[in-house]
Design a protein around this ligand. Structure first.
Ligand code: GCW
Length: 672
């Protein structure tokens, strides 16, 4: 049955057989190196060829040859492997000893694995494999999933069941899912995973939990994936019995060193720590009047002898009363540029607030040239309708990565900051908060699988085109029939803007209901802290709406490079997508199209509802062209989305109308 478990690795789809036939239907895969990763690659190709890896041993009579330069059969071919990076690959159709052969070659085993998946992906696109010539390598070094998974298997902001990590049964009892998780991630180039929530319990660093993490690491290792852990900053107190976690205290530093040594004894290739410090109540160096750099560097010193890194989050959200929450990370981190140890990356959310349907890029990108900055995206859709609304996030990710920070003049894109090329960093990284859980379909819906997929592919190449990725994913996941691919890709490509339109149009943000963030709540204004309230973000009153971040307001625009600061200070130059993020404007303000702000706002909500309705009707037209089971499950969700788009629109328009006191523009329906 098509329950979605196979994700985008559905090797019984018809196009695979045709693709393999185009190269003479290879019977097996030939590998002559003894390495777990080469074995994983051979098994995966065998599976993709339609055979059972257990029953089909690697054979020399095959027409797919895989290996590194250390393999005699690869070395004989004299391929140009030297120019490939350590994770790069080459896949070529060649004639070897008179036979049509596909060769998958790389410098290192992990490159062979990525090459094998590139070949499979190509086969899954449909068409012939004759004349194949692929070569690629990742542009970013650390391509990491962050699991916000608690040790009791609850997933913070998770909408796909429980955590896949079954801590109770680990380490003695495994789960087939761990291997399938590794296969899926390797297929898109993900090479790291943080197993536990950034709101971390110190317990995750105790010996019993390290043994569990080590068991997971053993399963993931052949697939090129390293395990990382979120570390609680106060662990030296909770686990070590110390009186302080002051990062400059010699006993504290010694504790972290001993802990790191212990971790590397059980996980020799441990990736390192992810840390959320002094944010939303988490402990951190500021508790001891030390800087974030002091904190990060203490942990980094413990990991450095083992080659581990610290991913230190810049998402600081303190309980002081900020004049503008969007400014806090920049204010705290920018002055620390140049003071972080070599094995520290600062991990910055894509936007300055918190994973909203649309935000401008975070002003730290381009502003900390001496520090490797990771970008953190949220794959799980905390603020975009959970797993019940379709919102393909490829365009959101790509929009941020393509943004020009102007940090070093024109062309200083976020992608170049993140891949390290703008400032010449050796370390680089991209993180995504996972949308993975124990649901059969892993992500809570089939379309949510595309967000995991697009994340991995963009982490590999941050300039990849989200539409091309949607097309690739659709062929692998739904069907390679163009009468399916074309409409499905069109749906995906407009889905995120539809969500923006019915939730937070024109640069509005954070209007979701309190706590869970599902459904509308723009009227909420009585919560204890000002920035918990949607009213803090929209600032609507009788005269107008929007957050003034220009000089007359919080002046957050000044955190951007001067050409952007000038642009964002001017409503006419800001653009409608971010208008109310940067400006508080009168309801009668005329937009470029000639309409007033009020009329445009209402029309955006209407457009969002129309968008959700069209997703549903376009999907209805596809019935019978994809399997009924997955069609049905998707149709159910799109019906929810359409109904809830109306809920969002009606509630928001009714509320804003109660504030503005304006009539609805002609043609706009009265809220139900
Ligand atoms: O988006 C917010 C979430 C919190 C999360 C926090 C963070 C893990 O509402 O659930 O905590 O961000 O990123 O640390």
């Amino acid at each position: 049955a098509e329950d979605g478990y196979d994700l985008w690795l559905r090797y019984d789809a018809p196009q695979y057989r045709q693709a393999w036939a185009s190269i003479g239907s290879p019977g097996a895969v030939s590998a002559d190196e003894d390495h777990p990763t080469i074995r994983a690659a051979a098994d995966e190709l065998t599976r993709a060829l339609g055979h059972d890896p257990a029953a089909t041993p690697a054979s020399s009579a095959a027409t797919i040859l895989i290996g590194t330069a250390r393999s005699p059969q690869i070395a004989r071919l004299g391929l140009p492997l030297a120019g490939l990076g350590p994770e790069g690959y080459l896949v070529r159709a060649v004639t070897a000893e008179g036979r049509r052969t596909i060769v998958v070659a790389a410098r290192e085993p992990v490159g062979v694995l990525y090459g094998a998946f590139a070949l499979i992906r190509q086969a899954g696109q449909g068409g012939s494999l004759g004349g194949l010539d692929l070569s690629d390598q990742p542009r970013v070094r650390l391509r990491v999933l962050d699991h916000w998974d608690n040790l009791d298997r609850h997933v913070e902001r998770g909408y796909a069941g429980q955590s896949i990590w079954d801590w109770w049964r680990l380490p003695a009892i495994g789960d087939r899912r761990y291997t399938d998780y590794a296969r899926a991630n390797a297929s898109i180039g993900v090479n790291g995973t943080v197993l536990n929530n950034v709101n971390a319990k110190a317990d995750s660093l105790t010996a019993p939990y390290l043994a569990k993490a080590a068991a997971v690491a053993d399963v993931l290792r052949p697939w090129g994936i390293r395990v990382y852990l979120s570390a609680r900053f106060s662990a030296p107190i909770e686990l070590g019995g110390l009186k302080t976690a002051d990062p400059l205290d010699p006993q504290v530093r010694a504790w972290w060193k001993v802990k790191a040594d212990e971790i590397y004894r059980v996980i020799p290739d441990f990736g390192g720590f992810l840390v959320k410090a002094n944010s939303e109540g988490q402990p951190g160096p500021r508790d001891y009047k030390r800087s974030h750099a002091d904190g990060a560097n203490a942990l980094a010193a413990a990991l450095a002898p083992h080659g581990g890194v610290v991913m230190w989050r810049a998402f600081v959200y303190a309980d002081t009363d900020p004049d503008d929450r969007a400014k806090q990370a920049f204010t705290e981190f920018k002055p620390l540029d140049g003071t972080f140890a070599d094995n520290v990356l600062v991990q910055v959310k894509n936007g300055p607030i918190d994973f909203q349907p649309r935000e401008p890029f975070h002003p730290l990108f381009g502003a900390m040239p001496k520090t490797p900055l990771m970008i953190e995206f949220q794959i799980t859709k905390e603020y975009l309708g959970f797993a019940s609304h379709l919102a393909y996030l490829g365009p959101l990710f790509a929009e941020t990565l393509a943004a020009d920070t102007r940090g070093k003049g024109a062309g200083s894109t976020v992608a170049k900051v993140v891949d390290g090329s703008l400032d010449g960093h050796r370390l680089s990284g991209i993180a995504g908060v996972a949308n993975i859980g124990s649901d059969r379909d892993w992500s809570g819906s089939i379309f949510d699988q595309a967000n995991w997929y697009a994340f991995g592919r963009l982490a590999w190449n941050p300039t990849a085109d989200p539409q091309a990725l949607a097309t690739e994913w659709t062929r692998l996941t739904w069907s390679s029939d163009p009468t399916v691919v074309t409409p499905v890709v069109a749906m995906m490509m407009r889905s995120r803007q539809a969500v923006v339109d019915y939730m937070t149009p024109l640069g509005l943000a954070h209007l979701m209901a309190t706590g869970h963030h599902y459904g509308p709540g723009p009227w909420v204004s009585d919560l204890a802290r000002p920035e918990w309230n949607p009213s803090y973000y929209h600032r609507a009153d009788r005269n107008g709406i929007g957050f003034d971040r220009t000089r007359t307001g919080s002046n957050a625009v000044a955190q951007y490079a001067p050409p952007l600061a000038r642009r964002f200070a001017n409503p006419a130059a800001t653009g409608e997508d971010l208008l109310l993020w940067f400006h508080h404007l009168p309801w009668d303000h005329r937009l470029a199209g000639g309409d007033t702000l009020w009329d445009t706002l209402v029309r955006r909500y209407d457009r969002g509802v129309a968008g959700a309705a069209s997703l549903r009707s376009d999907w209805a037209a596809l019935r019978g062209r994809v399997d009924e089971e997955r069609w049905q499950r998707t149709a159910e969700r799109l019906a929810v989305q359409e109904a809830e788009a109306r809920w969002w629109r009606d509630a928001s328009v009714a509320y804003f109308q109660s504030v503005s006191g304006r009539p609805l523009p002609p043609g706009s329906a009265k809220p139900a």
